[in-house]
Design a binder for this molecule. Structure first.
Ligand SMILES: Cc1cc2nc3c(=O)[nH]c(=O)nc-3n(C[C@H](O)[C@H](O)[C@H](O)COP(=O)(O)OP(=O)(O)OC[C@H]3O[C@@H](n4cnc5c(N)ncnc54)[C@H](O)[C@@H]3O)c2cc1C
Length: 287
């Protein structure tokens, strides 16, 4: 049995391969087969490659781009699509995350060809036979120009540049407790000292204190750093959906009863405006 994978670099690509290998012979089309990124064009290439391979399933990583291409592939083919999958077998039984990962749903997925995106960082990447790369040149030559109408025109690096929020080893986030846009100076300072990235809660992006690209959570970025430092964040379910992949969580909160305090590995009860600069000062002293 053949399956097709829309292949991304990094851990998420390897995790997708691991799930696909359970199904049989894996063939891949790279996400950067078409540059600049054009989701309809990629969907068209996947459609033709899957037809030629008679693929039983098409997989992608559950990234923004992976889900976008798969959504468009589902729309143009009428095939069923399950997002945020964590387990799937060729009988059509699929387990996927719902409600930002708070619920696992197992369901029978009907259809001759199944489309799935794999929840990032939810499954372990394992070894296995190397996949076969599909020669996509013919499909690209024969693309309908309308499939290139939607494409990336410009790339603007997020403030801070460097490593992305999703891949950062340390993330220092601020919530409503930070109090203002200017209040993030101490969060930025600590993140800088730890070589990490700044994150935030949705309250913060809604208030315009930080850009949406910094938001951690169900409707933001899902992160899996070695250390997540949450400052002045209460720990709402929708926020925790984005950071539960963190290996360790340190919460700094004035309220010992805040939900995040029982979800964190370490907690400090106190005013973040005192605690965060104190941590930065200690780090400086130790260097
Ligand atoms: C459909 C949906 C999707 C959502 N998606 C997301 C999402 O992706 N990400 C997200 O974050 N939220 C999301 N939310 C919003 C979420 O429900 C919460 O409203 C939000 O996470 C709360 O942000 P917060 O913790 O910063 O604010 P609050 O809940 O108001 O908490 C502020 C915390 O700061 C503490 N604090 C105050 N002052 C200080 C101080 N000086 N020092 C230390 N601590 C202090 C308080 O004790 C409190 O615990 C979503 C909501 C919905 C309905």
């Amino acid at each position: 049995m053949s399956v097709l994978v829309l292949m991304e670099d990094g851990d998420v690509g390897q995790q997708t391969l691991s799930l696909a290998r359970v199904w049989g012979n894996v063939h891949t089309v790279r996400m950067d087969a078409i540059t600049p990124f054009a989701p309809d064009a990629l969907a068209a290439v996947l459609q033709r490659a899957a037809d030629d391979l008679d693929a039983r399933a098409v997989f992608a990583a559950g990234t923004d781009r992976g889900n976008e291409v798969m959504g468009r592939l589902a729309a143009r083919t009428g095939l069923p699509f399950a997002a945020s999958v964590v387990a799937a077998d060729p009988s059509g039984s699929v387990t996927r995350q719902r409600w930002g990962g708070s619920l696992l749903e197992t369901a029978a997925m009907p259809g001759s060809r199944l489309l799935m995106s794999v929840a990032p960082y939810a499954i372990r990447a394992g070894d296995g036979p190397a996949p076969t790369a599909v020669d996509v040149s013919r499909y690209i030559d024969e693309l309908d120009p309308r499939d290139r109408v939607v494409q990336v025109k410009e790339h603007i690096d997020p403030p801070g540049g460097g490593v992305s929020l999703a891949e950062a080893k340390v993330v220092v986030s601020g919530g409503r407790g930070v109090g203002s846009k200017e209040g993030f100076a101490i969060i930025e300072e600590l993140a800088g000292l730890l070589g990490g990235r700044v994150g935030c809660s949705r309250v913060v992006t809604s208030a315009g204190w930080r850009p949406h690209t910094d938001q951690v959570g169900q409707t933001g970025t899902k992160i899996s750093p070695d250390l997540y430092i949450a400052c002045g964040i209460s720990g709402a379910t929708q926020h925790m959906a984005g950071c539960k992949g963190a290996k360790k969580i340190l919460a700094i909160n004035a309220d010992p009863e805040a939900p995040i305090m029982s979800l964190a590995d370490y907690s400090v009860v106190g005013d973040l405006k005192e605690v965060v600069p104190a941590i930065s000062a200690e780090i400086r002293k130790s260097r």
